[in-house]
Design a binder for this molecule. Structure first.
Ligand code: KG4
Ligand code: ZN
Length: 351
């Protein structure tokens, strides 16, 4: 079975061809980083226009590399949400129209679920129950999966996403875009204990995240002139800033592990490319005997393979979309964090 997976939820245009749910025959990822660099962040209208310009050639290239024709595709898949609505609609309309014109099935997948599936695409031995964290420029969300495809949202950011504050502070300092990799590079030789950032405490927040306080603290250090792009303490400052983000992520994972007894942890999304995060999460989970699965850096970022793979799994489990289905910019209505009381029940069940 051949699946074409298309991803356009933010600023990457990607198409991948997947055979029999395991062999990636081709994957093209076109990044708009250079286009958004002058603004220090993704400009939604520019992103959707760029998708319109490029999507046709990205798909053609993916077909060519896979050595197949459009008529060979059995299932057409794309990202349905959440994401930038203009960007999503380009991929969604393009994919749905192709499927309709060829009378083939069509599936729109959830972007965050697809990020998690990138780990299963690369490793088919992941044991359930699973705790999964998606940490990117647009999202910081935690899921509990008791069994395959059973995604339960148990925590999400109340304000900014982790990648978003890395991008914003890097923009404010003038250290480059995207901020995550730029900061990681400078922070490498810095002292992470030099500058103080407190871990956010969210009253009644359960497993939710909050990054806006850390962003404001970093902003004030810069605004008051304590640190600048030119100062000798820049690497210490950025190492401390990066550490505070990782500390918050790890502290929430550990909180979740008090409620949910899991065998595996998945960390995915653009920020999961960060080597310090990968290292620290792995060390902490080793100590708890929990196996950690972090996709390869290429598959942490937005890509068509994860879309094709999730759509394949949904399709063989009997799901497909109707022609009247639509894209959605935010979490689907009704998809709220499950409460701690229900998580307590889950813990009891696995005792
Ligand atoms: O998953 P992604 O490609 O797009 C979204 O869905 O948001 O993630 C992009 C985010 C950006 O905020 C970028 O700064 C961050 O991932 N990022 C990193 C690294 N590489 C990308 N953050 C920390 N360290 C990195 N090496
Ligand atoms: Zn993403």
């Amino acid at each position: 079975m051949i699946v074409l997976g298309i991803e356009t939820s933010c600023d990457e245009t990607s198409a991948a061809v997947l055979k029999d749910g395991k062999n990636v025959l081709s994957e093209i990822i076109y990044s708009q980083d250079k286009i958004h660099e002058p603004w220090g962040g993704v400009v939604p209208e520019i992103a959707s226009r760029q998708h319109v310009k490029i999507i046709d050639s990205v798909v053609k290239e993916a077909l060519k590399e896979a050595k197949i024709k459009l008529k060979d595709i059995d299932l057409f898949a794309c990202t349905k949400g959440p994401g930038l609505i203009g960007s999503l609609l380009v991929g969604f309309t393009f994919t749905k129209s192709l499927a309709y014109s060829l009378s083939k099935p069509f599936i729109g997948v959830d972007h965050l679920h697809a990020h998690i599936e990138a780990a299963f695409l690369e490793n088919d031995e992941i044991e359930f129950p699973v705790l999964a964290l998606v940490v990117s420029g647009g999202h910081t969300s935690m899921f509990y999966l008791e069994k395959p495809l059973d995604f339960k949202l148990i925590g999400k950011t109340r304000d900014d996403a982790a990648g978003e504050i890395l991008d914003k502070i890097s923009k404010f300092l003038g250290t480059g875009y995207p901020g995550g990799p730029a900061i990681e590079k400078i922070a490498k030789n810095g002292d992470p204990e030099k500058f103080k950032f407190s871990i956010p405490l969210i009253k009644g927040g359960g497993l939710d995240f909050s990054f806006s306080g850390t962003k404001t603290a970093a902003y004030l250090y810069i605004k008051k002139g304590v640190v600048s792009k030119e100062s000798s303490e820049l690497s210490d400052f950025l190492a401390s800033f990066q550490k505070s983000i990782i500390d918050h992520i790890i502290s929430n994972i550990e909180k979740a592990l008090d409620d949910y007894l899991v065998k595996s942890l998945i960390v995915s999304g653009g920020v999961a490319r960060n080597m310090e995060l990968r290292k620290r999460v792995s060390e902490r989970m080793n100590a708890r005997n929990i196996k950690v699965y972090i996709p390869s850096p290429r598959h942490c970022t937005d890509n068509g393979s994860m879309v094709a793979f999730l759509a394949y799994k949904l399709y063989i489990s009997g799901k497909k979309d109707g022609w009247n289905s639509d894209a959605y910019p935010r979490f689907r209505e009704g998809e709220k964090n499950i409460s701690i009381s229900s998580s307590e029940k889950i813990r009891k069940r696995y005792k």
